[in-house]
Design a protein around this ligand. Structure first.
Ligand code: KIV
Length: 287
């Protein structure tokens, strides 16, 4: 029996049932140790294709592949016990047809163990969402600023500036909802549009650069931690790990250069050809 057998993981119906209730807490995760840290605090962890930018240094999410998403999905599933885990479908893996999306989404669920996938739901994707949901794959939609459309939009640009654009985003949310999405990410929209979408759809809305009136919120964890150099306007930084990591590296470099590292307690003392108890720091299992 699994050591986690007694921990019940949050499911797509659980998230859906939170519509209009206690706000749904979501963050992105890409690695096992970070997923483990975030897990007790989150209802949902998204293995976002933002991994391409914040981990792999890509200029946008267009270059992210299905294999990358599966690798990171597997890592997050090893770290998270109770949060629902959703994996983003990368650009080019679902747009061609419902059959293409089903084949690739099936791979994601089988190879990672995650419970759902997310698609950036432009107007043409509604039939694909319905196709997947009817065949047992929970789908999260994503409307408003759609990062995978960056080459059409020219840049990452908030949506809902005029009546026509507001109508278009609202319609995208409505078709994703009608198609059976269990939740819908609303990214980078005018602050007054998000509550309108939230009131119009049955699925809970998860805001990012949207409004506190959404049913939940998500942020890219690296942004919240101050790890990524470019911070969008909508991010609140809860830590400055970039500075902390830089300082730790500088301290380490100074110690190495001054021969202060390693100290006696950080080395092995092997005597008389016999292995003596290694003098390693508590918790170091690599000795
Ligand atoms: O890729 C991602 O991290 C996302 C979130 C920003 C919602 O899609």
């Amino acid at each position: 029996m699994s050591k986690h057998a007694d921990i019940r993981r949050i499911t797509a119906p659980d998230i859906r049932a939170r519509k209009g209730g206690e706000p749904i807490v979501c963050l992105t995760a890409y690695t096992a140790p970070v997923a483990q840290i975030l897990d007790p605090h989150c209802d949902l962890l998204l293995v976002g294709d933002s991994v391409g930018m914040v981990v792999h240094g890509l200029p946008n999410t267009v270059g992210v592949t299905l294999d990358m998403m599966i690798l990171h999905g597997q890592a997050v599933m090893r770290g998270a016990q109770q949060a629902m885990v959703v994996v983003d479908m990368p650009f080019g893996s679902y747009e061609a047809s419902p059959e293409q999306a089903f084949g690739n989404a099936t791979r994601v669920l089988k190879e990672t163990g995650a419970q759902a996938i997310k698609v950036e739901s432009g107007p043409s994707i509604a039939s694909t969402i319905a196709f997947l949901v009817a065949r047992g794959i929970p789908v999260m939609g994503h409307v408003g600023l759609r990062p995978q459309a960056v080459n059409v939009d020219g840049k990452f640009r908030a949506k809902g500036r005029d009546a026509e654009e507001r109508k278009r985003v609202l319609a995208e949310a409505q078709v994703a909802d009608d198609a059976g999405a269990f939740a819908i990410v609303v990214e980078g929209v005018d602050e007054s549009l998000a509550p309108e979408i939230t009131a119009a759809v049955k699925a809970p809305t998860i805001g990012i650069g949207a409004s506190a009136q959404c049913d939940g919120q998500i942020l890219v964890t690296d942004d919240l931690l101050g790890l990524f150099e470019w911070t969008p306007k909508f991010v609140r930084r809860y830590a400055n790990l970039k500075a902390a990591i830089g300082q730790a590296a500088a301290d380490y470099a100074a110690d190495v250069r001054a021969r202060r590292f390693p100290a006696a307690a950080e080395t092995y003392a092997l005597g008389g050809g016999k292995l003596r108890q290694p003098r390693v720091a508590r918790g170091d299992k690599r000795g």
